[in-house]
Ligand binder design. Structure first.
Ligand code: G6P
Length: 489
């Protein structure tokens, strides 16, 4: 027989996510430029190489015309990507509305929108309808490209309705669903008007995965409390059908970062940065500009640190890379002005004619510049209010083999469960605690830094995105084998 690894190698995989790993920018009637997308989901999925994989998702642009759609489909095919075209109204109601104004804040414990309740209820219904419609459109594309034996792997909160749509097309399709955000306590989930329908459609999958055991447990108890189903050690049972539920902690392609650091252009960049910040310790934040990342709280903690430690004022700099995201959602616009205001105030307060304490960038950096920045950092600040995993913390650790800098990490990020022993864990809401952790990190002796770094480095380089994907896909295949065996008997 064929051994397991060989079989895995040939396994066809359809990866379905709202966002494709590349986003398209229109250059002409039939010409497109493809750029790498940002976010934890994409950064992990880039490491998924051992399968015969195709990607199905939204390219991030509205393409109303047939010529444009055809040209984009061809351009994406080279990257093994297949587009789902969503019109402006759907994007507005499904992506900006239901996904990013309802599910995203709720799953991160930031509650539901609280404006005029009647208006919200009404728009809620049309947003949920658009959500279901969009999921059906993804299902149509999957169905068109599906071949018998494929594993279909659905990703994230955008596509909770997809497993059900797919099983309606073909009940034999192997369907997995993985959530990249936290799954909140059932007490939070039950606030959602569509709580039951969403749970039921996720349960149509064969395998349901989360980053941590806690999220998996929350999901199972939502199913028992809200749907009255039975939770078993394997998952959730509904009328004799078992949906397997388990934790699959994600990772990064650590080799990609380690290799990049050896490139001459990255080495040059590291040298430049070292000269630029000579005599100062470098602190770094890299986040999408999102409420869940706790950026205002982080900057306020830095201010408190400078206030209480005047001797550090000209010896430390905070570089905050804030990548714009979901800029059509009002909450994100508000956050941008709030962060700008705080940064401006602190730089006005502690800056001199030649230096400012905070460098704030409203844009992403290219991969090599980012690696160089990680490598010269003394202290990284990851202070998310909630975060499914947070892979920035992993990327930082991967780039710190020579410097062995310190990671300050929120206890509310999934990564706290894997990097907790090496990082300094903080409650991001407790600004004084974060401020004193900054002092502790900046003053940490080399042997303690080394011990902490080694612990985290070992984890990051062994729990990779390749491992994560292989484990998830293997698990969905094994489930299927069990079913086939049962049918044969
Ligand atoms: C998070 C989500 C991803 C999403 C990413 C970027 O990591 O879990 O599903 O792709 O943010 O957000 P965006 O809305 O730009 O896709």
């Amino acid at each position: 027989g064929v051994d397991g690894s060989e079989r895995l190698h040939k396994q066809r995989l359809l990866v379905v996510a709202n966002r494709l790993p590349v986003s398209a920018v229109r250059k002409g009637e039939d010409s497109w430029q493809l750029e790498m997308s940002v976010g934890g989901l994409v950064s992990a999925l880039l490491g998924v190489k051992e399968f015969d994989a195709r990607w199905i998702g939204w390219a991030g642009v509205n393409v109303p015309d047939e010529i444009g759609q055809k040209a984009l489909t061809t351009a994406l095919a080279e990257k093994r990507c297949i587009p789902v075209f969503l019109d402006e109204d759907i994007v507005h109601q499904y992506y900006n509305g239901y996904c990013n104004n309802m599910l995203w804040p709720l799953f991160h414990y930031l509650g539901l929108p609280q404006e005029d309740r009647l208006a919200t209820t009404r728009s809620f219904q049309s947003q949920f309808d658009a959500y279901k419609k969009a999921n059906q459109m993804f299902a149509d594309v999957v169905n068109k490209h599906y071949k018998e034996g494929d594993v279909v792997w659905c990703h994230d909160y955008h596509l909770m309705f997809l497993p059900k749509c797919l099983k309606e097309y073909n009940s034999k399709m192997k369907v997995g669903w993985f959530l990249h955000t936290p799954f909140p306590s059932s007490e939070i989930h039950r606030m959602l008007p569509s709580r039951s329908e969403l749970l039921r459609s996720v349960l149509a999958a064969d395998l349901v995965g989360f980053h941590t055991y806690d999220y998996a447990r929350h999901f199972v108890s939502a199913c028992t409390r809200i749907l009255g189903l039975e939770g078993t050690p394997e998952g959730v049972e509904d009328q004799g059908k078992l949906t397997r539920v388990a934790a699959f902690p994600i990772g990064i392609d650590s080799e990609r970062f380690i290799r990049a650091l050896e490139l001459p252009q990255v080495q040059d960049h590291i040298k430049e940065l070292k000269e630029r910040f000579a005599g100062r310790k470098v602190m770094l934040g890299v986040d999408r500009l999102d409420m869940i990342k706790g950026i205002p709280q982080k900057i306020l903690a830095f201010e408190e640190f400078l206030e209480e430690n005047p001797e550090w004022r000209d010896k430390v700099v905070l570089l905050q890379i804030a990548v714009p995201t979901r800029t059509d959602v009002p909450e994100y616009q508000k956050l941008t002005s709030q962060v700008h205001e705080i940064v401006g105030r602190i730089n006005g307060r502690f800056g001199t004619l030649t230096a400012v304490p905070i460098h704030h960038l409203d844009r992403s950096l290219d991969f090599h510049a980012l690696c160089a920045l990680y490598a010269v950092t003394d202290v990284a600040l990851v202070t998310s209010l909630r975060d499914g995993m947070n892979l920035v913390s992993y990327e930082f650790v991967a780039c710190q083999a020579s410097k062995k800098g310190v990671l300050i990490l929120s206890e509310f990020a999934g990564a706290a469960q894997s990097l907790g022993a090496g990082a300094i864990l903080v409650n991001p809401w407790n600004i004084s605690e974060v401020a004193s952790s900054i002092g502790y990190a900046l003053n940490m002796p080399a042997d303690e830094r080394e011990k902490r770094h080694n612990h985290n480095f070992r984890h990051v380089t062994t729990h990779t995105s390749q491992e994560w994907a292989a484990t998830f896909v293997r698990c969905s295949l094994e489930l299927n084998d069990t079913i086939v065996e049962a049918q044969l008997r």
